[in-house]
Write a protein that binds this ligand. Structure first.
Ligand code: IVH
Length: 679
């Protein structure tokens, strides 16, 4: 190999630097990225490779030498006494083993190296400074050297301790700079967006943006209403305390009362790290928050010293990302779907693209305004995103790919299902089919009614519902409870046995918690969360139907839009008739009104793991909550009971380590019975 790079390599490096600078600006300053994180990472990786191979090509201002861009003007800035570095990146399992090799080479050893491995949280990095055990300041990472002071905002994050614990067995740090990631859980993010939609605020694109937006509030009372959380994973300066390993440091942070992710795995080999990576990749969609990879850190601190850091990142750690959840693809067509409220939703049909292991071929465009705002046209190349269990969505159009032959979408004036007029009411973003008997609406209503959060009727799926409505066997919600084996057994994919099973499932669903019943009715703006709020206040449907708007609005967590929608629902005769028909056919609700119920599990925290044979996890959760208990996603010293079913995973291990009481399937049932809870 020659010792000088050729002209083409020179040009390529300059090109990459230029591009990265531009996209860096879009991402960090404008918060409006044009390319996927994966594309950005790939470009950065390429440039790092070139600069590593040809150090003479590295310029002092190369994007590889810095970790972000300067903070925005509005907050006061704070210098980090120890720079908050970035991490080198890997993209698959082979990068884990390659990193291990690099570490061994760096340490000039053949011995097995142990790593402490953590999920890579997809949030916003912050530094918390504790003086004498009290939280003094908190800042964002900024460009790694200087961040923004967001102390009042961080103080609103409830998992951030304002004062550290002071356990006897460890020396107390006079000064401690703690680093961690602020994030928002997926469910909280959806709830926040739901609320924003109902109250006319623009939606956040993803939990990370919602977190960044919340931290950037100048008014911390707004931040306090955002459900932010933190996991800590590192330190800057520490006085009066020292550590010999990363695992020891994390254990100490935990003892000091700081939240460390319970999924952290301490002191494992590179081979085990590869297994951990696979396991996390498989579990990521089931987690309550978003992670975009794992971070693998050499455990021993003396090794950190020996390995050192570059100006950009430590040589003792690497972030190994999962397959991207954002990719580019082409819009082949835009079609219109009719939902249960009659809303016409434009849906983009995509050139199928693999995003994080799932083939995505459709993405919702929500409504006409959204199509206009994003200026999405048929034939466009777009950036598509899949996040958690959120429906895939189009992030933006890649305008540079336009050829001029793209076609604009036009909202039809007739319902594509029943050909009735489709109209858009002033002040609303949606166009609706005006025909209340439109088969598409009935199908949607039944799907919602029978769904997991509603009557949870096993076996009543989309294909069957389509047949039942198309053949006019079911013409209203109540008709579901009139179905018998005779009517069902001759349908496609049905036999006498599956027909009987379905009839049994329908019959068993008739006794239903009031909140599920409410959710199932499909009242606009009444999702699972609002339904629970209502069921905690009102005994049954009659009590709710009699409620005045002012009374509803006074319920904490209920806004005027929701209250108005509920009142409107009960004003309509056809809705009251549906409710009566359901009651007549034997539907009974179980009250969840707060003051009524005995609360044997008050102040007790449960964690559910693995699958229970006696009931679904959802049902178990409901029983615990109805008895006043809390269900948490992760095991900590505050957990009272862990209920472990089949294939329990690492939570069980953690519970055993912490000495938390573990209940198996049978034990849990007995426990419920002992507490006087119906099982
Ligand atoms: S360690 C020098 N651990 O990733 C090591 N970072 O690219 C610094 N992040 O700014 C970071 N989860 O925002 C570390 N378990 C974890 C992490 C993590 C997420 C983020 C963090 C950091 C970025 C580095």
């Amino acid at each position: 190999m020659s010792r000088e790079p050729d002209g083409k390599t020179r040009e390529r490096a300059e090109y990459l630097r230029e591009k990265l600078r531009y996209h860096n600006y879009r991402y960090f300053v404008l918060d409006d990225p044009e390319i996927s994180d994966a594309e950005y990472d790939r470009m950065m990786q390429k440039l790092i490779e070139i600069e590593n191979q040809w150090p003479q090509l590295a310029t002092p201002d190369s994007p590889t030498t810095r970790v972000g861009s300067p903070p925005l003007e509005k907050f006061e800035t704070a210098a980090h006494s120890v720079p908050m570095l970035s991490l080198d990146k890997g993209f698959d399992e082979s990068d884990i083993l390659a990193f291990d090799q690099r570490v061994k080479r760096g340490l000039k050893t053949d011995e097995e190296i142990l790593y402490t491995v953590e999920p890579k949280m997809d949030g916003v990095a912050v530094e918390l400074i504790y003086g004498g055990g009290v939280l003094e300041t908190a800042s964002t990472r900024g460009d790694g050297y200087t961040g923004e002071l967001v102390t009042p905002n961080i103080k609103t994050v409830r998992s951030v301790p304002l004062r550290l614990n002071h356990p006897e067995e460890i020396p107390f740090p006079g000064l401690l700079e703690v680093r961690g990631e602020i994030f928002m859980e997926t469910a909280d993010f959806k709830r926040l967006n739901q609320w924003r939609m109902e109250n006319g605020f623009p939606l956040f694109a993803n939990p990370r943006n919602a977190t960044a937006g919340s931290l950037r509030q100048l008014d911390s009372s707004i931040t306090s209403r955002r459900p932010l959380r933190i996991y800590v994973y590192g330190i800057g300066l520490a006085e009066g305390i020292s550590f010999s390993s990363h695992a020891e440091m994390l254990n100490t942070l935990e003892k000091l009362g700081l939240p460390v992710n319970p999924l952290v795995c301490r002191r494992i080999t590179a081979q085990q790290t590869a297994e951990y990576y696979r396991e996390m990749d498989g579990r990521r969609m089931g987690l309550s928050y978003e992670i975009d990879g794992i971070v693998m850190k050499v455990d021993r601190y003396d090794y950190h010293e020996q390995l050192g850091t570059t100006s950009r990142s430590p040589r003792w750690a690497v972030a190994v990302k999962f397959a991207a959840l954002q990719e580019r693809t082409l819009i082949k067509d835009i079609v219109v779907q009719v939902g249960r409220t009659g809303a016409l939703t434009p849906v983009a049909l995509l050139e199928p693209v693999n995003i994080g292991g799932v083939t995505v071929s459709r993405a919702s465009l929500h409504n006409e305004d959204e199509v206009a705002k994003k200026d999405v046209r048929i034939g466009d190349t777009v950036l598509v995103q899949r996040a958690g269990d959120v429906i895939p969505e189009i992030v933006k159009v890649i305008e540079s790919r336009r050829t001029g032959s793209e076609k604009r979408f036009e909202m039809p004036s007739k319902c594509p299902v029943c050909s009735s007029d489709a109209v858009r009411i002033e002040d609303e973003a949606v166009t609706r089919c005006i025909n209340r008997d439109c088969p598409a609406q009935l199908k949607g209503n039944i799907r919602h009614f029978a769904s997991k959060g509603g009557f949870d009727i096993d076996g009543l799926g989309t294909k069957l519902i389509d047949q039942l409505v198309d053949k006019k066997i079911v013409t209203s919600l109540a008709d579901i409870f009139k179905l018998d084996v005779k009517a069902l057994q001759n349908l496609e994919r049905m036999g006498p046995k599956s027909a009987q099973n379905l009839v049994d499932a329908i019959s068993a669903s008739k006794r239903v918690h009031f909140s599920r019943f409410l959710y199932a009715l499909g009242i606009r703006h009444v999702g699972e969360y609002v339904a629970k709020l209502l069921a905690a206040q009102y005994e049954d449907i009659d009590a709710l139907a009699a409620a005045k708007r002012e009374e509803l609005q006074a319920i904490e967590g209920l806004g005027p839009v929701v209250a108005a929608s509920i009142v409107e629902f009960f004003r309509r005769r056809e809705n009251l008739e549906t409710i009566q028909a359901l009651q007549y056919l034997g539907v009974q609700t179980i009250s969840e009104k707060k003051t009524q119920q005995a609360q044997p599990f008050k102040d007790k925290t449960f964690v559910l793991t693995g699958s229970l044979s006696s009931m679904t996890r959802n049902t178990a959760r409901e029983k615990i909550e109805a008895a006043g208990g809390k269900v948490s996603g992760s095991v900590s010293s505050k957990t009272d009971y862990v209920v472990a079913g089949d294939l329990p995973g690492s939570k069980l291990e953690k519970a055993q380590n912490l000495g938390v009481t573990v209940l198996d399937d049978e034990g849990f049932l007995q426990f419920l019975r002992d507490a006087g809870i119906e099982v």
